[in-house]
Design a protein around this ligand. Structure first.
Ligand code: HEM
Length: 229
């Protein structure tokens, strides 16, 4: 499942746009959260929390899912692989972690927006909720800066899975290898010694995970759409 150079550039453009866009939109959310906490004007406070609600539902959540989906595609379609290099695994774990927290906090964001539209602004309650949202936005930004840095530096370090995959290839390039006797072959090791079954299984799992992520995203959009925001 390797991409042609043209498709790889196209997919990379999509990945960088959505991932860096995600960081930018969280930064905007953070500024609005600070404005909601510090502004004295009732209208400005209302606008900040309502804006945060819209930003989270229609920009941040979609970009988070798009970043994961395009990242998985980029991993599987290039020699980086999804589970071969620690930096790719770390990016996946951190982005999925940040997205999970975001989904958990969506209710609180919606609650803040509903408080902000109340006839008499409940400033004290909004302050408590707003503080929590500001802290989470700052935390999210910090967490997601790690994948950003990892993407550019791409530190060395193969996972045990990556090493197992490289060993047969290295051995192959160093000396000609006699075909393994049938009895000594383990499942997934073909006659030239390359591990094919495991890789295919990993790709199927990753593909299923991407479909699941996209599925959750579509459900999210439908739910927020039906909520009539
Ligand atoms: C907020 C999260 C993320 C940010 C900010 C981000 C950012 C970036 C950037 C800027 C690049 C381009 C680096 C370059 O070409 O030198 C990149 C590449 C890449 N990213 Fe991400 N990424 C994120 C999430 C993910 C996730 C979740 C995955 C995998 C599951 C992933 C996998 C990759 C891979 C494999 C490449 C290399 C692609 C290639 O060389 O063609 N990224 N990322």
């Amino acid at each position: 499942m390797k991409m042609t150079p043209g498709i790889r550039k196209f997919a990379l453009t999509a990945h960088v746009s959505t991932s860096v866009g995600l960081l930018g939109s969280i930064a905007a959310f953070f500024v609005l959260a600070l404005s909601g906490l510090n502004d004295q004007e009732t209208q400005a406070i209302r606008a900040a929390y309502l804006g945060m609600g819209l930003l989270a539902k229609f920009i941040i959540v979609p970009l988070a899912f798009a970043s994961i989906a395009t990242g998985v595609i980029q991993s599987l379609g290039t020699p980086w692989g999804l589970f071969r290099h620690y930096w790719v695994v770390a990016k996946l774990v951190l982005t999925v972690f940040a997205t999970t927290i975001l989904l958990i906090k969506l209710k609180l964001i919606g609650y803040a927006a509903s408080l902000a539209s109340a006839a008499i602004l409940p400033r004290a309650e909004l302050r408590v909720v707003g503080m929590e949202l500001a802290v989470h936005a700052a935390g999210g930004l910090l967490v997601l800066l790690v994948p950003m840095v990892l993407s550019v530096y791409k530190p060395r370090g193969l996972t045990p899975f990556g090493m197992r995959q490289q060993q047969p290839q290295r051995a192959l390039s160093e000396r000609p290898r006699p075909a393994l006797p049938r009895t000594s072959r383990s499942p997934g090791v073909s006659s030239d010694g390359t591990i094919t079954f495991t890789l295919r299984r990993m790709q199927i799992v990753a593909f299923a995970a991407t479909v699941l992520v996209l599925h959750v995203f579509v459900l999210h959009v439908m739910k927020t759409g039906l909520a009539g925001h």
